[in-house]
Design a protein around this ligand. Structure first.
Ligand SMILES: *Cc1c(COP(=O)(O)O)cnc(C)c1O
Length: 475
């Protein structure tokens, strides 16, 4: 790509061709990606694209100037409130993504506590270790302390008993996942919500990945823990429409059980010389295009369309889980309540298996060990890759044969990189990134050695190394 600011403009076709070319190595939506892609199928994708383009001129900053922004948001929020069995008086907001929904849920809890429990000076949240990283990010940004809650090492459900032990007068929020991203497991939301209610604290259910699937699985008779507003004590729920709502990136919904909670989520400012603001989310001027696409998809697919896709994904999940169970050398990590799950190798080298699957054209997600969760391969099913579940299953079975034994990362390299990441001055980060095979900015075809090293590092060293690597990619 041309990276400098050109003196004179180029033609439309030339510019668009450059974009097409730039995207040549991106993850394709061809049913072979078992992470990242949430594809409702070509026809629905086309509807979303047209809706996105139609809503491009809208600025969500001021719904009195762009009434369509308000209408779209109210319509989509209402549909989500219905799915989550919200009581009368519940309210919601369209956000830019799951991370923003979660950050706003944490902000709500913090600010609601400031108002109603002024004695709390060091706010804390009870957070299962399986909860999404964005809660840690929220805690970091908002000055809320994370109190980690253990999970059962077999089911990976949050331990309500451990949460009860760690409950204190400073806790402003209890969190549960429906389901967790890594293992696809729904926490005991009833148990966690009862604990929160008993202590007069708020409870957020992270249904970012599950919110647009679980209600339809329940319609189909697939059972699992209750997780929505039907559970007393649940005070907010996040659900990402840019995952299984199938909308383009940039749209999630945060629902609050009561309007006064959403008031605590809002931010207003009249102490400057420009226009007075009230923002429901972190952004000021904001696109409503993805919200418009979400609206179009909800209307176009209807519950039937979502149910049909949920069935396909769940059937494929059951097929793959059964295959993992039946394959020597593979083992499930937890049991999914939805169409995403984790499995590991028992003896054979996990990261070699991941490389073999990559070589066969599949995109899977190797994930590192943390706490009781071992290094594993994560698979997310979507309506399109579900069609290829048998094909992936066949390759999974053949690739897991004759795996070399799990290899240790070279200790010297791990120590060297950890030391480097912790801030050795004058290091040629560019050379190191090249040496690691990451010079092109994508993972090398043989990424097992790299994953092995990352997996062996402490979380702290891993975080620092990521900064080094990421900063290099963007320089
Ligand atoms: C994806 C996800 C998030 C974060 O959402 P983003 O849209 O990536 O910001 C939070 N929680 C869970 C369970 C998720 O799967």
């Amino acid at each position: 790509m041309t990276t400098s600011f050109p003196e004179s403009g180029k033609g439309r076709d030339e510019v668009l061709a450059a974009l097409t070319q730039a995207r040549a190595h991106d993850l394709a939506s061809d049913g072979r990606a078992f992470a990242f892609v949430y594809d409702p199928g070509e026809h629905a994708r086309e509807v979303a694209r047209a809706a996105f383009a139609a809503c491009m001129p809208i600025n969500g900053l001021d719904p009195t100037v762009y009434p369509s922004a308000r209408q779209l948001e109210n319509a989509v929020v209402k549909a989500c409130l219905e799915l989550m069995h919200a009581p009368a008086g519940a309210a919601g907001t369209a956000t830019a993504g799951g991370t923003e929904s979660v950050m706003l849920a944490v902000k709500t809890a913090r600010d609601f506590a400031r108002k109603t429990r002024p004695e709390v000076t060091a706010p804390k949240m009870l957070l299962p270790i399986t909860a999404h990283a964005c809660f840690h990010k929220a805690a970091h940004y908002l000055g809320v302390e994370v109190v980690s809650v253990d999970v059962d090492p077999v089911t990976f459900r949050a331990s309500v008993a451990d949460a009860a032990r760690k409950m204190s007068a400073d806790v402003i929020l209890v969190v549960g996942s429906a389901p967790s991203y890594a293992h696809g497991v729904i926490d005991d939301i009833r148990g966690l919500a009862a604990l929160a209610a008993k202590h007069g604290t708020l409870m957020h259910v992270d249904a970012c990945v599950g919110g647009c699937v679980l209600p339809f699985l329940r319609d189909l008779g697939v059972s699992g823990p209750d997780f929505d507003f039907g559970v007393e004590g649940v005070t907010s729920i996040s659900m990402d429409l840019h995952k299984y709502g199938f909308a383009p990136k940039g749209i999630s919904i945060l629902l609050q059980r009561r309007r006064e909670l959403r008031d605590a989520q809002y931010y207003t400012c009249a102490t400057w010389t420009g226009y007075s603001i009230i923002n429901s989310t972190t952004l000021g001027s904001k696109s409503v295009a993805a919200l418009g696409a979400a609206y179009a998809l909800i209307q176009h697919l209807g519950k039937e369309g979502y149910r049909e896709r949920a069935t396909r994904m769940w059937d494929a999940t059951k097929k793959l889980v059964a295959l993992v169970d039946a394959t020597e050398g593979l083992e499930m990590v937890g049991r999914p309540d939805m169409n995403l799950f984790a499995f590991k190798t028992t003896g054979g080298d996990l990261f070699t298996l991941a490389d073999r699957l990559t070589a066969k054209g599949w995109h899977v997600q190797p994930t590192y060990q943390y706490g009781p969760s071992p290094a594993h391969i994560h698979l997310t099913l979507d309506p399109e890759n579900a069609r290829r579940a048998q094909e992936l299953g066949n390759d999974l079975a053949s690739c897991s044969k004759d795996l070399p034994p799990a290899a240790e990362a070279p200790e010297g390299v791990v120590a060297f990189l950890a030391n480097l990441a912790s801030g050795a001055d004058g290091v040629d980060t560019h050379a190191i990134v090249e040496e690691m095979g990451l010079g092109s900015g994508t993972m090398p075809a043989e990424s097992a050695p790299l994953h092995r090293i990352m997996n062996a590092m402490t979380p702290d060293a891993r975080e620092k190394l990521l900064v080094l690597f990421f900063a290099e990619l963007f320089s």
